[in-house]
Design a protein around this ligand. Structure first.
Ligand code: ADE
Length: 229
């Protein structure tokens, strides 16, 4: 999978070098390229923002540099890219979104700062690929970088070969619409806390039933919005 990231803070993405995603990059499974939006400016101050038409607080990212970087990335693309713009005004990103995007061959994350990006950029990007505005949740970050990092990790780990044991992807929170069951490892007794007996029983059927009960109980308590029946 090819992933391009456009940002005025390329250093945010240095951490993609480490951990599982770093390994996947090294192995050629993920081809991640980070672009500095300021490289597409042509003034001495490398200006990427300006005051909003109609007035109001904050600054808006100018369309010019975005147009140039979108063209550069789209011209070089061998696929029909999806431009993902992290935005608190977007559709909510879920595990289902991650799964859908993990099937794509080229994603482009456009990270906005300040009060946002000139709206015409989204219309233009839609002439060079598909466009999705996606929110991490109902809270506001300073910009799209941290949101893009979270999405890249959630999507990247679903790409075949990134996570060594694909079975570990199956039993996770949200994959079956429920929260994950609690996990324990050795020792069986620790500071007076005991591992539930059923997990020491060696009885696979009972273990599976207990885990499912725990999933339902936790989901009811912590995320009743996920229970549909
Ligand atoms: N940019 C600012 N806030 C955001 C959010 N909640 N999700 C995605 N991108 C954002």
């Amino acid at each position: 999978m090819r992933i391009d990231v456009v940002t005025i803070f390329p250093a945010f993405f240095d951490v993609l070098e480490v951990s599982l995603l770093g390994k996947a990059r090294g192995a050629g499974i993920l081809d991640v390229r980070v672009h500095d939006l300021r490289d597409k400016t042509h003034d001495r101050h490398r200006t990427v923002d300006d005051t909003p038409y109609g007035g109001g607080a904050g600054m808006v990212m100018k369309p010019g540099p975005w147009g140039e970087v979108i063209d550069e990335i789209a011209d070089a693309s061998h696929a029909d890219p999806i431009f993902v713009f992290p935005s608190p005004a977007g559709e909510v990103f879920t595990q289902a979104t991650a799964r859908t995007l993990a099937d794509e061959s080229h994603l482009v994350f456009g990270c906005g700062r300040y009060e946002g990006i000139d709206e015409r950029v989204f219309a233009y990007a839609a002439t060079r690929g598909r466009v999705r505005l996606v929110s991490l949740g109902d809270y506001v970050l300073n910009g799209g970088e941290v949101a893009a990092m979270a999405m890249i990790e959630a999507i990247g780990r679903l790409v075949p070969g990134v996570v060594g044991n694909p079975e570990s992807l199956v039993e996770e929170s949200h994959e079956d619409g429920l929260l994950e069951y609690p996990s324990y490892t050795k020792p069986a007794s620790w500071r007076g806390y005991e591992v539930p007996d059923v997990l020491l029983s060696g009885h696979h059927g009972r273990v599976a039933a207990w885990r499912h009960e725990q999933q339902v109980e936790r989901t009811r308590a912590r995320r009743p919005d996920l229970i549909t029946d």
